[in-house]
Design a protein. Structure first.
Length: 608
């Protein structure tokens, strides 16, 4: 890697001026961007004084729901070089948000940037080669205020870092180290300013100090890689201290004035946005809102959304599940008939005609991409097999669809997830299953499980269960009961036994578990065709040891126990897991969106 050439000039004044210039650029970008969320397609104009440079931004939602962020500097870039950089960035990870997180997290003294916003996306140049765009497909866009804020901050910080880096390299080609440092400073500062805007701390001097100096330190420290470790340990601390002292001495009064100026302008902008990000995002969903739309609106977004029956977001039009046929091992994805619609079962029927098919993947519709695949061997049993794709036909609101038929030695899992609760964090989950296709085998679960498919102790699971096993007698009736599999026990409530839990025998059962991870959990169940739920238990976590606080590991299991105990049977139609503890009002709204079958599911295989 080439060194900076010597110019005979003192580097510090040049570096200080560069940082101050970038600060002004970032301020202009933040000011322009802050006005956009209220009306993404047709943003409100700002007062002339709020656009002090040629920098412009835009946020738009296409007719199909794709979301595009654009940052334009007005400077002409070398199209070939920029495109090569974009192609490299696009190929780094399976989803673009992981690439963004990794770049921003290379600056460790900047606050964590991962947040709840995970998405795939496409990077491209603007037609005149003066800016960049980042487009997120509709099925990765989540209609919640927190997701949109995080995605906005991520996208703008990432695009700004690329534009600043390329502009710097064009001017000083040999200044790779300096350009990377300034680029990192820009990303950290812009994200810090946007975070302050969303947090309402634009008038807080301490917050501005943290943003400004944190971005500076993050840029300097973050550029260190393995090849620069020795240089980092021996020389950089002194450089860092000198630059920090210089910034404080020479530029701090300017920074405070700039912070006040920016705060005043953004306060003016805020008055133009009475509803903030709530009005911005995917196509509006009201009466047609689906479970994950509702959970997201109320601050507990879905981190897992699995169904072979329908979309669980009103705007989702990606794949629901994947099938593989026996005759030639070919596979296809089954999609909804329309955004927010029911599965295209006719595509499955056509593909599987004259042969048999299995379900080998159930896609996660949430932005976390926690897809379920056929479960491998675990501590209790060998590898499972996929469900017969045609074994559980059902008619829902006049639509012919298929559920997942669990017949023993059948299960699905994801041991490497994103966003799922771990180590005592709050979460909620529900599944729609059948109260007539059950047994006493362990364990027809859906929810949080161990990441190594082994029993690692009490409190390491947090999954809802529907079955007839009375693990902690006495129990009321013969079940099936909605219970909590918290590992080493199926809890009907309280410390295990709860005779108030009378069970649910309806054709379609909504089974729900909520757990704040620290002190309390709740179990609810009801006839999915009627919509109302009975609270079977709401109170303290078990006192048997290891359950308070919980010690969840974050894997997702469906159809088996945490160690792949796979002797249960069941019928799975849909399931959702949330980040945070859902409240009663949002549960009532979500229940009204359940499309329980028009009649009894027709099973084509035997079983209890």
């Amino acid at each position: 890697m080439r060194r900076l050439r010597r110019t005979g000039r003192k580097p510090f004044p040049w570096f200080t001026r560069t940082l101050l210039m970038v600060t002004a650029l970032v301020a202009a970008t933040a000011l322009t961007a802050a006005a956009l969320p209220a009306q993404a397609a047709t943003p409100s104009s700002l007062p002339a004084r709020s656009v002090p440079s040629a920098v412009s931004t835009s946020v738009s939602t296409a007719a199909d729901g794709d979301l595009t962020f654009t940052l334009d500097t007005g400077l002409a870039y070398d199209a070939t070089t920029m495109q090569r950089n974009l192609d490299k960035a696009q190929a780094e990870n399976s989803r673009l948000s992981d690439t963004i997180d990794r770049q921003l997290e290379e600056f460790p003294l900047v606050e964590d940037t991962s947040g709840p916003a995970h998405f795939d996306g496409t990077l491209s140049m603007t037609p005149d080669h003066t800016g960049l765009s980042l487009t997120i497909p509709v099925w990765d866009v989540q209609a919640s205020e927190s997701w949109l804020q995080w995605a906005f901050a991520k996208a703008m910080a990432y695009l700004a870092s690329w534009l600043v880096f390329d502009a710097c390299i064009l001017v000083v080609p040999e200044a790779f180290i300096a350009c990377t440092t300034v680029s990192g400073f820009t990303a950290g500062l812009l994200r810090g300013m946007l975070t302050q805007y969303f947090d309402g701390t634009l008038g807080d001097g301490k917050a501005w100090a943290k943003t400004f100096l944190g971005a500076l330190q993050g840029a300097l420290w973050g550029y260190a890689t393995a090849s620069f470790k020795q240089w980092l340990e021996t020389q950089l601390p002194g450089v860092l201290n000198a630059i920090s002292s210089g910034i404080k001495a020479q530029a701090w009064s300017w920074a405070k004035s700039a912070a006040s100026w920016v705060a005043d302008l953004l306060a003016d902008v805020a008055e133009l946005l009475p509803d903030g990000f709530v009005e911005w995002g995917p196509p509006a969903t009201t009466a047609s809102s689906l479970p994950c739309d509702i959970y997201g609106t109320y601050g507990t977004p879905c981190v897992a959304a699995h169904s072979t029956v329908r979309a669980l977001y009103a705007y989702y039009r990606g794949p629901l599940y994947q099938i593989q046929r026996a005759s030639d091992q070919a596979g296809i994805d089954i999609l909804p008939l329309s955004a927010g619609g029911y599965a295209d079962a006719a595509a499955q029927d056509s593909f599987c005609a004259g042969t048999s098919c299995v379900i080998n993947k159930i896609y996660d519709q949430s932005p976390e991409w926690n897809d379920l695949t056929i479960e491998g061997a675990g501590g209790a049993a060998g590898a499972d097999h996929g469900a017969d794709a045609s074994a559980l036909p059902v008619t829902v609101n006049g639509h012919h669809v298929y559920g997942v038929d669990i017949v023993g030695q059948t299960g699905y899992r994801d041991n490497d997830t994103q966003g799922v609760a771990v180590n005592g964090r709050a979460e909620g989950m529900y599944m729609v299953a059948s109260g007539t296709h059950v047994n006493s085998g362990c364990c027809f679960d859906y929810g949080n499980a161990e990441t190594n498919t082994r029993d690692t102790g009490n409190g390491h699971m947090d999954a809802v269960n529907l079955g007839t096993e009375c693990y902690f007698p006495p129990c009321t009736g013969s079940g099936p009961w909605v219970e909590a599999d918290l590992e080493n026990g199926l809890f009907s409530g309280g410390n295990g036994s709860d005779t108030d839990n009378a069970g649910n025998k309806s054709n379609y059962v909504t089974a729900m578990l909520k757990n704040n991870g620290q002190t309390t959990y709740a179990l609810k169940g009801g006839d999915a065709q009627k919509g109302s739920l009975t609270t079977w238990y709401s109170g303290p976590l078990p006192t048997r040891g290891g359950y308070a606080p919980m010690q969840q590991e974050g894997a997702i299991v469906m159809g088996t126990g945490g160690d792949n105990s796979n002797w249960s049977v069941g019928s799975f139609f849909e399931g959702v897991m949330t980040q945070g503890y859902p409240r009663r009002g949002r549960l009532r709204r979500q229940l009204r969106r359940h499309p329980a079958g028009d009649g009894r599911a027709r099973r084509a295989v035997g079983g209890p």
